[in-house]
Write a protein that binds this ligand. Structure first.
Ligand code: HEC
Length: 103
C-alpha cells in the first residue's frame, strides 16, 4: 500500500514540475530597456504588428543606415503609421541596442 502511495506522489510531483516548465516557455522577450527617447517611441510604433524578435534577429553589426532603411520600409511598404519626427529617435535607439553599437 505504501508503495502505491509513493508512486502516486511521484506522479503528482512530476506533473507539478511539468507545469512549471510550461510557464518558463512563455514569451518574455521585450524591447531592450534604454534611457534614449526612442525606447518609448519604439514600443509605441513597433509593437502592433510583430514581436521584438524581428529586431533581435537582425545582424549584430547593422549600422544606422540599415535601421533607417528598415524603419522607413515599415512605414512605406507595410504602412506602419510612424510619425516622421519619430523616425530619427527610433533609428538611434535601434542602432544603439540592436545594431553596430549594441553592448
Ligand atoms: C504595420 C505593421 C508593422 C509595423 C507597425 C512594424 N512592422 Fe516591422 N515588419 C512588418 C512586416 C509585415 C514585416 C515582414 C514580415 C515577414 O517578412 O515575415 C516586418 C519585418 C520587420 C523586420 C525584419 C527585417 C525586414 O526588413 O523584414 C524588422 C527588423 C522590423 N520589421 C522592425 C520593425 C520596427 C523597428 C518597427 C517600428 C519602427 C516595425 N517593424 C513596425 C510590419 C510592421
Amino acid at each position: 500500500m505504501k508503495k502505491y502511495l509513493l508512486i502516486l506522489l511521484l506522479i503528482l510531483l512530476s506533473q507539478v514540475v511539468g507545469a512549471e516548465t510550461i510557464q518558463l516557455i512563455q514569451d518574455t522577450v521585450q524591447w531592450r530597456k534604454s534611457n534614449l527617447p526612442g525606447y518609448q517611441l519604439t514600443i509605441q510604433n513597433c509593437s502592433a504588428c510583430h514581436s521584438v524578435h524581428y529586431a533581435e534577429y537582425q545582424p549584430p553589426n547593422s549600422g544606422k543606415a540599415y535601421w533607417d532603411a528598415t524603419v522607413k520600409k515599415m512605414k512605406t511598404v507595410f504602412k506602419a503609421p510612424i510619425p516622421d519626427e519619430d523616425i530619427q529617435p527610433i533609428v538611434e535607439y535601434l542602432t544603439q541596442n540592436y545594431g553596430a553599437n549594441r553592448k
